[in-house]
Design a protein around this ligand. Structure first.
Ligand SMILES: [Zn+2]
Length: 892
């Protein structure tokens, strides 16, 4: 599954929620055992396993009832008179076994989301056939089977789609809904005759039932986990291509398939690339990429039928920017990698979810480097690792491999640690083992476990045998314990040569005395170390404790974490740091960026003065790479946000504008417009940042360009549309606000709708912010963008309390509309817009955010975020005022 950091994505709340570790005590890094079904965690008894499901569904698009009947071939492993499987919000109309030989009494347990079928006589060991007639329901939020109402040129239409990860197949049909219970699924569905129905496998039969309805049957799937099942049906069209014997399709609502061409072309290339990389051919006869206009915010890797929020898949060069193009490739590569890594070979239980997500997140960047090296995906994607290290430095972090008790906790596991630390760790491991040995290990793993389940230990075994290097120890230290290694590095002269000592510590960020209450950690860290402008590859050593190594000649600048591929931070001693700062312009951009990011992190951790970071950014050349400037913009923007209610804000904004103006002066408003142009992306970024920092010229020009755009849409290039719309939105009066809403309402293109709703939500005017919030209670917005719109009001407005008061007052209505994740994740995430004790207390006291274990976990995480932000702004903001007053710049 992929949840991207769009400003309007409900699931961002999940993506940035980290949970409290179940065990706070430090434990020795011990590698877990390889997979075995009987010792796999989970809630369901393993006495009975499903082999094949034959499911017939008759969804009612009007009443949203979902009646169905299923026949399940099961294997009874021990005699039993009770079968326990999963079901939620489902009525059992009848349940019997072996052709009505025995009928079952059914007991439902809403808390555990299970149904227990009790039979008068025990079932003997061996094969049996279970038949259940049931009625489930179609949801308005994106879980189980859900409905989406979307605007078209001929009015509002309704389609159905599904979202089952981690544990919502049980909302469609009773099943063994845990990933280790793999089975095959043969689906039949009754739909309107003018609908297209898409599932994991090709259609085998379509038969008319009446003037309006038809019954569509799909070929049975191979053995797979229940969370990978898919059904999408509606007024859809399909564009296809053939590659290596597989039909690749893009499925869209009517009239939009042409916008799927970009994704289709890339999917064709990716399928061949992955066939080769994994050494196992894609095993299904077809792969559909389905654009769904609501319900899900990111994408989901259902086997053979990947679903995407529409604007994450479709590309219209007239309205979408290069950022969108890169984003579509990235999410496509991520989900397609899951077709092997996740779908063909699946983690036994959610405690190993990181392996799925870490691997797919790593492969999305690796594939981008292969197909589009000019995008510099690792360099420009540097923020993903930074985000993980920020979360992982805190008390409420957790090991990427963590105990997951049940389905609610499984949902909480989809976070920045799981995705981004997982990605960063896999990258570090590949760099350490070497590209070819790593790939050979992946091929062995795929071949050995196809159609089965694994733990990470199975992967480490395959990698060790392919690479001939130890993996389990490194892996255990990064996956079975939380925390970020801090490498303390200092060089000294030894005659004319130079030596460097490397020592391990733990990098932590906490309010108050930094290290208090954190237990020490020990890692095996692959360290790349060498001269900053060396022509040969860096030396890699496996640091297990501390080391003292010979490095170059006396005074030569030596950098640790060369190439920025390692998951650790570095704090240099004064001698090494001075040499590095002096040679900053000579470094590869990855290394300059790494120094900047570590420096900013050390300031946040209280290990360095804020001035050390400000001094560094003043050395950055105006011609430097986008990623380097992006780091600078991100930190200045963060400070501006924290300064919202502080007297230092004016001085900070003046300083930040002065720093960024020369960059804007280089880029200007107009670029060549050529594709693959990092300058175009940086231009949009710096324009938005300067406008947000109150640069009047930028704001005036944005208004002028928006006025021209309203006369002639072609006058505003897609690359500038987000920035211009957002800046106009921030300062909008009623007339402009209405114009933004009209643009959103009159478009049937999802990227335009999201863009203009989000711009309207940025309005700082309180009356307009109220109007936006009121909109979230209507049926106008796709449900999956509602959380994002509320969050934009909170984040962009001068008064985040407006959004919080609104959510508090309307909690029940919003929770009904948006499903369980609203209470579990959204509230806590919303409160991280604040950085004061009063709002921390309000979150603690808000009962709905504390009513489930997932809610309590994310609330604890948010409370720590708030406390850290409060502490940091108290230190950093006075420091920046002092910095701007230093004698060499004169007094403003
Ligand atoms: Zn994923």
């Amino acid at each position: 599954m992929k949840w991207t950091a769009s400003p309007v994505c409900r699931l961002v709340a999940l993506a940035i929620a980290a949970i409290v570790p179940t065990a706070l005590v430090s434990r020795a890094a011990v590698a877990e055992p390889t997979y075995a079904f009987d010792r796999t965690p989970g809630k369901l008894p393993k006495t009975v396993v499903p082999l094949n499901y034959t499911i017939e569904l008759v969804p009612d698009l009007e009443s949203l009832a979902l009646p169905g009947v299923e026949t399940i071939d099961i294997e009874v492993r021990e005699p039993t008179s009770r079968l326990t499987l999963n079901a939620v919000n489902t009525t059992f109309d009848a349940a019997s076994i072996d052709g009505d030989v025995q009928r079952a009494d059914v007991t439902l347990d809403a808390a555990t989301e299970t149904a227990t079928l009790s039979f008068p006589e025990p079932l003997a060991i061996g094969a049996h056939r279970l038949r259940i007639r049931f009625t489930a329901r179609i949801n308005s939020f994106g879980a189980g089977l859900f409905s989406v109402d979307y605007p078209t040129a001929t009015g509002i239409k309704r389609l159905l789609s599904s979202q089952l990860e981690p544990a919502d197949a049980r909302r469609i049909f009773p099943c063994w809904d845990e990933p280790a219970f793999k089975a095959s699924f043969a689906l039949t569905v009754t739909v309107p005759r003018h609908f297209l129905a898409v599932s994991n496998m090709p259609i085998t039969r379509e038969e008319p039932l009446s003037a309006d309805l038809k019954r569509v049957s799909f070929a049975p799937t191979p053995k797979m986990s229940s969370y990978l099942l898919l059904l999408t049906t509606g007024e859809l069209e399909r564009l296809t291509a053939e590659v290596d014997g597989v039909t690749v399709g893009v499925v869209t609502t009517s009239g939009k398939s042409g916008q799927g061409r970009y994704a289709l072309d890339n999917a064709v290339g990716l399928l061949s690339y992955f066939n080769d990389y994994f050494g196992v051919k894609y095993p299904l006869p077809k792969l559909d990429l389905i654009a769904v206009p609501g319900g899900i915010g990111g994408a989901m890797e259902n086997w053979g039928g990947i679903t995407f929020f529409e604007s994450r898949l479709l590309f219209d060069p007239l309205t979408a920017s290069d950022t969108a193009r890169r984003g579509i490739f990235s999410i496509l590569a991520h989900e397609m990698a899951h077709q092997w890594f996740g779908d063909l070979v699946t983690m036994g239980w959610w405690d190993n979810l990181w392996l799925n997500e870490g691997f797919a997140s790593w492969m999305q960047e690796k594939a981008a480097e292969h197909f589009y090296p000019q995008w510099k995906s690792w360099l420009n994607g540097y923020g993903q690792k930074q985000f993980a290290m920020t979360l992982d430095a805190r008390r409420t972090s957790h090991p990427i491999q963590q105990v997951v008790a049940d389905q609610r906790e499984a949902t909480a596991a989809f976070d920045g640690i799981t995705y981004n630390k997982g990605q960063a760790f896999i990258r570090m491991l590949e760099t350490y083992l070497g590209e070819q040995p790593f790939r050979d290990g992946i091929r062995r793993y795929m071949a050995a476990h196809a159609y089965g389940n694994t733990t990470t230990a199975d992967l480490w075994q395959a990698l060790e045998s392919a690479a001939g290097k130890p993996v389990a120890g490194i892996a255990a230290s990064f996956t079975e314990q939380d925390g970020v290694p801090l490498i303390l590095a200092e060089a000294r002269c030894d005659g004319t040569s130079q030596r460097m000592t490397l020592r391990q510590d733990r990098f932590v960020i906490a309010p108050g005395p930094a290290a208090a209450g954190f237990s020490p950690r020990h890692w095996q860290v692959p360290i790349a170390v060498g001269a900053v402008n060396a022509t040969r590859p860096a030396d890699t050593l496996l640091l297990d404790g501390s080391a003292d190594i010979a490095v170059g000649s006396c005074g030569e600048p030596i950098k640790v974490n060369l190439g920025d591929a390692g998951y650790y931070r570095v704090d240099y001693g004064p001698r090494s740091r001075a040499a590095l700062v002096a040679s900053l312009p000579l470094m590869a951009p990855e290394d300059r960026l790494n120094i900047l990011a570590d420096s900013w992190a050390l300031v946040q951790a209280g290990r360095a003065e804020a001035s050390s970071y400000f001094a560094l950014i003043e050395t950055i050349n105006v011609d430097d790479q986008r990623a380097v400037w992006d780091q600078v913009i991100a930190s200045l923007t963060r400070l501006n946000r924290l300064a919202l209610d502080r007297p230092e804000r004016a001085a900070l904004q003046a300083y930040a504008r002065a720093r960024l103006r020369p960059l804007f002066n280089r880029l200007g408003w107009n670029g060549s417009g050529a594709g693959d142009d990092d300058n175009a992306l940086l231009r949009s970024r710096v324009i938005l940042a300067l406008g947000d920092l109150g640069d009047d010229d930028i704001l005036a020009e944005a208004r002028r360009r928006f006025a021209s755009f309203r006369q002639n849409p072609q006058s505003l290039p897609p690359a500038l549309r987000d920035a211009v719309a957002d800046l106009v939105g921030i300062g909008a009066d009623r007339e402009t606000y209405d114009a933004l809403l009209a643009l959103a309402r009159n478009s049937t293109a999802m990227n335009e709708r999201v863009r203009f709703y989000d711009a309207a939500a940025s309005a700082r005017d309180a009356t307009l912010a109220h109007a936006t919030l009121a909109l979230t209670l209507t049926d106008e917005l796709p449900t999956n963008i509602i959380g994002g719109v509320i969050n934009t009001v909170a984040a962009a407005g001068e008064q985040p309390d407006l959004a919080w008061d609104f959510v508090r007052t309307n909690f029940d209505a919003l929770a009904t509309k948006l499903g369980p994740s609203f209470g579990d994740f959204f509230i806590a995430n919303l409160m991280t817009n604040f950085s004061d004790d009063g709002h921390a207390a309000a979150l603690k006291e808000f009962a709905p955010a504390q009513s489930s274990s997932a809610g309590r976990l994310t609330a604890a995480r948010a409370l720590e975020t708030i406390a850290i932000a409060a502490d940091f702004k108290a230190r950093a903001l006075p420091a920046i005022v002092e910095w701007t007053r230093r004698p060499e710049v004169g007094h403003p």
